[in-house]
Design a protein around this ligand. Structure first.
Ligand code: CA
Length: 451
């Protein structure tokens, strides 16, 4: 089996992050098989979905395949099987219905790396100091990049970047992306990770950290630390495969180590290359800082990282256009379902539940929670507070802003916007009563530009 292939070591860790209370990520770090799954669909559902999805992947450990194609097919079939398992488990347990997960898995056979995936957990190859993303995210923003609607830089901070177009456990007949196998070279590093890492740490930083840490375990920890240092809004999972440099015998990973739902960082050190193979791998738990009690200030900062509050001024340019973006038509009906899951489970909910805007509800001013957009016919907001204040009593330009949605980073800020509009309406009415039709415009000040 080893032939001329470089020996490999696998290191892994997962961390709840600094904001969320549960860890819905799961991973498998075996001798020749590795996988990351990022669950969604509520606390219990997400955790169960990601853990169950790993079952068929773990079974690949030790399996032999007749050809390169057979190995690729086996990996894709294991992911399809994971889809069936999660879907059926959701159907059999109504309280879990709607759960789903990403699944990105890799298999090393005869020195070749096979990768297949569904969702936005990524696989990267670091070779010669250069990091290359092997997978292509199944997300709305990736679709928008390919359609030329937004740049990759915009995608990286887009408020919809958690919205998946494909996930495990949602429907039958999942389409699995199977990559062309990559012959591993000594010194190669393969990184599998959830979006809790890639959403927070830029690729050049990943590249730097992987390059500068000779110890694989330290590298895993450094990546997780970097995501937490950037706020850690989501669960962070890292599985790292390293192919030994020429003449260096890499420690071989012990088989069958899965981890999920831990509130501490667990770093699995590579096990001894013992013949029995069933000795438990030494596991080190590294406690992290307790989850931060996030207040509005914290989230205002967090929110600005995801997407700046929309500018209220006409000159807002980029921000002002965003709410009117069209969803690409290629996104099928499944998206509507997945959107909900993604928003609830993949970090989007954390954002939406703390984002507000003031808008027009049937001609009355209202405060909404979420963002003023719809995807595939699904509104990404809901009413938080209705008022009796008539929108048409406001100056025209203010009505237009309300039509777009005047964003706020807290409920209090949204209430302050409403209070200003109320004063504007009162003053306009007083002016009208006095037979004077000036003054309304001058008093109208939108809050959008001054978060
Ligand atoms: Ca995630």
């Amino acid at each position: 089996m080893t032939r001329t292939s470089p020996s490999i070591a696998v290191h892994a860790g997962t961390d709840v992050g600094r904001v969320r209370t549960g860890n819905e990520d799961s991973y498998y770090a075996g001798r020749t098989v590795l996988a990351v799954a990022d669950g969604m669909g509520g606390h219990a559902g997400g955790e169960i979905a990601s853990r169950r999805a790993l079952g068929p992947i773990e079974e690949l450990e030790g399996a032999t395949h007749e050809s390169v194609d057979a190995a690729s097919n086996a990996l894709a079939e294991a992911i399809a099987e994971a889809n069936r398992i999660v879907l059926e488990h959701g159907q059999a347990n109504p309280e879990l219905s709607g759960m789903g997960t990403t699944l990105t898995a890799a298999l090393v056979r005869d020195g070749r790396l096979h990768v297949a995936h569904v969702g936005d957990s990524r696989a990267y190859l670091l070779r010669g100091g250069e990091l290359t993303q092997l997978t292509s995210d199944h997300t709305l923003v990736e679709q928008m990049v390919r359609d030329g609607q937004i740049s990759r830089a915009e995608a990286a901070v887009h408020p919809h970047r958690s919205v998946l177009t494909r996930a495990i456990g949602i429907e039958r007949g999942i389409e699995v992306d199977t990559l062309t196998p990559v012959p591993l070279q000594p010194g190669d590093q393969v990184l599998l990770c959830s979006d809790g890492l890639t959403g927070q740490v830029a690729e050049d930083e990943l590249e730097r950290l992987l390059t500068e840490h000779d110890d694989g375990e330290q590298a895993v920890r450094a990546l997780i630390d970097a995501a937490n240092a950037a706020g850690g809004p989501d669960n962070i999972t890292v599985v790292l495969l390293r192919a030994a440099e020429e003449g260096v015998q890499a420690p071989t990973a012990s088989p069958g180590r899965s981890r999920h739902a831990e509130d501490t960082t667990r770093l699995d050190a590579p096990g001894r290359d013992d013949a029995s193979g069933d000795e438990p791998a030494p596991t080190r738990s590294i406690s992290t800082s307790p989850a931060l009690e996030h207040d509005d200030t914290d989230w205002a900062r967090q929110f600005s990282r995801y997407g700046e509050p929309q500018g209220a001024d006409g000159g807002g340019g980029e921000a002002g256009r965003r709410p009117r973006r069209r969803v690409p038509r290629v996104v099928a009906g499944i998206l509507a379902v997945v959107v909900l899951l993604a928003l609830v489970g993949a970090g989007g909910y954390a954002l939406l539940s703390r984002a507000y805007f003031v808008g027009d509800q049937d001609g009355r001013i209202a405060i909404f929670q979420g963002i003023p957009q719809s995807v595939a016919g699904l509104d990404l907001y809901w009413t938080q507070e209705a008022t009796a204040l008539p929108v048409d009593a406001l100056p025209d330009h203010t009505q237009q802003r309300l039509d777009q949605g005047v964003t706020a980073t807290s409920l209090q800020e949204a209430q302050e916007v409403v209070a200003r509009y109320e004063r504007t309406i009162d003053e306009a009415q007083s002016a009208d009563d006095a037979g004077d039709d000036t003054g309304a415009d001058g008093a109208a000040q939108d809050a959008g530009g001054s978060p």
